[in-house]
Design a protein around this ligand. Structure first.
Ligand code: ARG
Length: 587
């Protein structure tokens, strides 16, 4: 168990109750990592926040707390500073013991969640017969990383791809397919042609009233289970899915189920019926809807969430309402996560509200919309190819690999290194894909970001290549010294003396906190930031001037430092794996 913060919180709990009585025990000690080493490692301003309630000076309160605060084997004597802050500095002996237990544990001492949850995560979710765009790429990368973190913590995660495979657009697609000249051409269709086909169908739909009418009939056919319509629909889905799969394969992203919108089609009428029974349904201009709290139009009147259109059709929101119910009732979820662009924030807030008011979403179930910003081209506008077309995802990924390869070949040449084609191809693949993923994940997801190959592939800065390079460099130490990190044995002693060793050690032990933070607020950039700092702290430790010798150190320091190297490498590898990024032993 190396969650220092949690241990300290328990100690605070005991101290607070001893000092002021049981009713104070559960008060959050407001423990924060001190940003300035002068204030130790953790600082608490609980004494200040209790001043009013206790009617005493904060400093006096702080002194009462530290009198009771038993952190003997964890910290040096607690200090009161300034207006009444309590500062704690971790003992090196404590750090050494904790690192040792992390070292001998395959999970690096990171405990699994005490109460594993059933988590349903809805991510990627592109639309059939349409091109998968960069928004879907972000959802795929962010969603996959969140799923990996939760899985690592031992949660029971159901990864769902909620593809857009239902709706009135299939009427025009089926009609277009029915009326196409050569049926045999169909099996030549790939997604690119399908998108073109979609455009043609849409144009006819917009221009031609009779086509529109036939399309409406086709929707009815499909909904009533007409075999031929169903086959056409399945055919369209299959072409798209095949294309989506290529991208998932390239990204190494998996789903437990591709469970599209169509999955819920038979539950939609029941959603409307039950909303009616719950007394929430209102008819407004022929459409059935629920009026929302807190969503108003310009005039200040409440906005409706339409769940059945005046033509009787259901919509995106109806499906999401059905899905919330299904995921809670059938999948037994206690946490629901949706990863989409920020533009859908209102949609989800509205669906969640209606589900809650209808009684389908009990208060003990956590539900999170995980919004993200846009991906922009270097001109700050929507990402386009040089000739102005929308970028195909697969091209975008392949381009990253091609560029990673070019960078690598330049470097090999400069270093006069010979490598096999297998080595080059694999390294280019890993670096290229990692660069795209890392560039996305390292941003605060709520902001827009500019897609730049040059920046994401740079060896310097908060990038995948920098991180991968740090990892490979550590493996290089093991090669150079001919020490097998795995053979150092379990009975090693860790000794922390130098400033850079202590700094590195403290950082290593914070992975747990970071993972917990990602579990809570679903910001993978926290993990990126942590890993970036870890690489930097390692580089300081290993720096010829500022750091310490490793291979040339005397025993027992040599082994201790090799263990620190090994722990850093394993922490990087684990952290990167939670971002969906592989490491390379050499690059
Ligand atoms: N298909 C939708 C889109 O492309 C995303 C679906 C997100 N998930 C959901 N349950 N609504 O925008």
């Amino acid at each position: 168990m190396n969650n220092t913060v949690e241990q300290l919180k328990v100690r605070y709990e005991q101290a607070l109750s001893a000092a002021f009585g049981d009713e104070y025990a559960k008060i959050d000690p407001l423990l924060e990592k001190a940003s300035n080493p002068k204030f130790g490692d953790y600082q608490s301003n609980i004494a200040l926040s209790l001043a009013k309630r206790l009617g005493q000076q904060p400093r006096k309160i702080a002194e009462q707390i530290i009198r009771e605060l038993d952190v003997v084997n964890i910290c040096e004597t607690p200090q009161v500073a300034g207006a009444g802050f309590i500062n704690l500095t971790l003992l090196s002996s404590y750090l050494e013991t904790e690192l040792k237990s992390a070292y001998i544990d395959l999970r690096l001492g990171i405990a699994k969640a005490k109460t594993p949850k059933r988590v349903v995560i809805d991510f990627s979710s592109p639309n059939i017969a349409k091109e998968m765009h960069v928004g879907h790429l972000r959802s795929t990368i962010i969603g996959d990383s969140i799923a990996r973190v939760l899985e690592f913590q031992g949660h029971n995660v159901l990864r769902l791809n909620h593809v857009g495979d239902w709706g009135t657009q299939f009427g025009m697609l089926i009609t277009q397919l029915r009326e196409a000249e050569s049926v045999n051409d169909y099996d030549l269709l790939d997604l690119g042609e399908l998108v073109e086909f979609y455009r043609e169908a849409k144009k006819r739909f917009d221009d031609d009233a009779e086509f529109r009418e036939r399309s409406r009939k086709a929707v009815v056919d499909l909904q009533s289970g007409d075999i031929e319509a169903k086959l056409a629909w399945e055919f369209l889905c299959a072409i798209s899915q095949k294309e989506f799969r290529t991208i998932y394969k390239q990204l190494d992203v998996k789903f437990d189920e591709v469970r599209g919108e169509s999955f819920y089609k038979d539950d939609l009428s029941k959603v409307v019926e039950d909303l009616d029974k719950a007394g929430l349904l209102v008819e407004d201009g022929g459409a059935k809807c629920v009026f929302l709290d807190g969503f108003t139009n310009k005039e200040g009147d409440p906005l409706p969430l339409i769940v059945q259109k005046s033509d009787g059709g259901y919509n995106y929101a109806t499906t999401d309402l059905a899905a919330v119910r299904y995921r809670i009732e059938q999948d037994k979820a206690n946490r629901l996560i949706y990863v989409t662009d920020a533009g859908q924030a209102n949609h989800f807030a509205q669906v969640f509200q209606v589900a809650r008011r209808a009684g389908w979403l009990p208060g003990n179930i956590e539900i999170n919309h995980v919004p993200f910003g846009l991906v922009q081209g270097e001109d700050g506008k929507k990402l386009k190819t040089r000739s102005g077309e929308t970028v195909k995802l697969i091209d975008l990924l392949n381009e990253a690999i091609v560029r990673a390869r070019a960078d690598l070949e330049t470097r090999l040449k400069a270093e006069d290194r010979q490598e096999t084609e297998d080595f080059i191809a694999n390294a280019a693949q890993v670096v290229g894909i990692s660069a795209v993923k890392y560039a996305d994940l390292s941003q605060n997801r709520t902001s827009n970001y500019i897609f730049s190959y040059d920046r994401m592939l740079a060896l310097q800065g908060n990038t995948a290549p920098y991180m991968l390079y740090a990892y490979a460099r550590i493996q290089g130490i093991s090669r150079k010294g001919e020490v097998d990190f795995e053979q150092l044995g379990d009975s090693v002693d860790i000794l922390l003396q130098h400033e850079t060793e202590l700094t590195l050690a403290k950082h290593l032990l914070q992975l747990d906190d970071v993972i917990n933070a990602v579990e809570q607020d679903l910001f993978p950039n926290r993990l990126c930031e942590y890993l970036f700092q870890l690489s930097q702290k390692f580089n300081q430790f290993y720096d010829r001037d500022r750091g310490v010798p490793v291979l040339n150190a005397e025993e027992p320091l040599r082994t201790s430092r090799l263990v620190l190297c090994n722990l850093t490498a394993r922490t990087l590898k684990l952290g990167l794996s939670l971002l969906g990024i592989q490491v390379l032993d050499r690059m």
